[in-house]
Design a binder for this molecule. Structure first.
Ligand code: PLP
Length: 391
């Protein structure tokens, strides 16, 4: 399949890993030769319940027998999308109760930016340096890496950048600002947590100047950091919360949730202020509903903190300078990019899937399924430390 893969499928980099997948179950992915790989990445934080979780598969199968796509988002009442939105509202603090379902994380970010501009009737968007919010034009505009944006200019205007965790920079948020958008924990930057009630201070500043506070929970959200939503760890509450990745349990989804009052502004003047054909698709929504139920009705969220401890304990190694992040959103930081790269590639040979972070080249991503067992954690950590022993 290799030749055809390079010929017929668009590539995202000159050297993709190009593993030929046979099937995947639980914490393991199997290649065409029958080799099993323990998955410490979970499809980049997406397969929250591991691979092909029976409850997700059953929900999808049941929905397949009822109906597939019947109408664009927002016109008909389709039970899976409705129940998913209700369950999100049940678990979010007031007034976050109205959810718009879309097809991917970046699309949810686009929707949240449009909602903030429409609601405030202002245009300025403030994002953080080193942020990653996706790759469509609006999301890309939020990135401050000029060399990555340069080939795609011009992007959307009126975007400014502040330093994450800088209180001084909060002064740049003014009554001209439509929205401040931040990742709750910065992902691509190296799993950087907010410090000293930073997010609470951003929320206050936004309230003071009438700006909308958007938190991107696409990676930390849905149970990965010891709470259902990452922001619950940091004494704050956004006006719009954006989710994706792990919400789908392995299927493509994005969602942005706001107050009913704010969300209403997208549906009128202009009518159809935001529309999507497949957003809220019944099969995807059924999978997400099953995923969210399983995560909120089991001990998985609480267990992430115990699993974090186990990983930290078993990744105690002289080449690991620091382990950043929270719960099962962790990054082992080694001395340099070459070591990180070697470990990631060598681990794949040894049957362990690891991955890079987008901007922090010294990082080794550890974001396994929330369902990973303690034995599997210890097994994976041993593979990492034995590779590091030989460096
Ligand atoms: C924090 C964050 N925001 C947005 C996105 C974009 O999501 P998607 O790839 O589903 O468009 C990602 C994906 O990596 C992400 O990690």
């Amino acid at each position: 399949m290799q030749d055809d893969f390079f010929k017929y499928q668009a590539q995202t980099s000159p050297q993709p890993l190009a593993m030929e997948i046979s099937h995947a179950k639980g914490s393991y992915i199997y290649d065409k030769s029958g080799k099993a790989y323990l998955d410490f990445v979970a499809g980049v934080s997406a397969c929250s319940l591991g691979h092909s979780h029976p409850k997700v598969v059953d929900a999808v199968k049941a929905q397949l027998d009822q109906y597939l796509h019947v109408m664009v988002y927002g016109e008909y009442i389709q039970e899976p999308a409705l129940e998913l939105s209700k369950l999100l509202a049940k678990h979010l603090p007031n007034p976050l109760e109205s959810t718009y379902l879309v097809n991917s994380g970046t699309e949810a970010i686009e929707g949240s930016l449009k909602l903030a501009r429409r609601y405030t009737e202002r245009s300025e968007i403030i994002a953080a340096k080193n942020a990653y919010h996706g790759n469509t034009m609006g999301s890309l505009s939020l990135m401050d890496y000029e060399e990555r944006k340069a080939p795609f200019l011009p992007l959307i205007p009126d975007v400014k950048h502040i330093a994450f965790n800088s209180e001084v920079d909060l002064e740049q948020i003014t009554n001209k600002t439509a929205a401040v958008i931040l990742e709750t924990i910065q992902g691509g930057a190296g799993f950087i947590e907010p410090q000293n009630n930073y997010l609470q201070k951003v929320q206050k500043r936004c309230n003071d100047v009438g700006a909308v506070f958007i938190l991107d929970e696409i990676q930390p959200g849905i149970g990965r950091t010891g709470k259902l939503f990452g922001f619950e760890n940091y004494n704050c509450q956004p006006d719009i919360v954006v989710t994706g990745k792990g919400l789908g349990g392995g299927l493509p989804i994005g969602a942005f949730t706001a107050s009913k009052d704010m969300m209403l502004s997208l549906s009128d003047n202009p009518k159809f202020g935001h529309i999507t054909t497949f957003g809220g698709n019944p099969v995807i929504a059924a999978a997400a509903l099953a995923t969210l139920k399983e995560i909120t009705e089991s001990s998985l969220i609480k267990d992430t903190l115990e699993k974090e401890k186990l990983i930290r304990e078993h990744l105690n190694h002289k080449h690991i300078k620091e382990i950043r992040g929270k719960g099962l959103m962790l990054a082992a930081i080694v001395e340099n990019a070459e070591i990180a790269n070697n470990v990631i590639l060598k681990a794949q040979d040894e049957g362990l899937i690891l991955f890079w972070l987008l901007f922090e080249t010294k990082a080794i991503r550890i974001t396994p399924p929330l369902t990973i067992s303690n034995e599997e954690i210890i097994k994976g950590c041993k593979i990492i430390t034995s590779i590091l022993d030989n460096i």
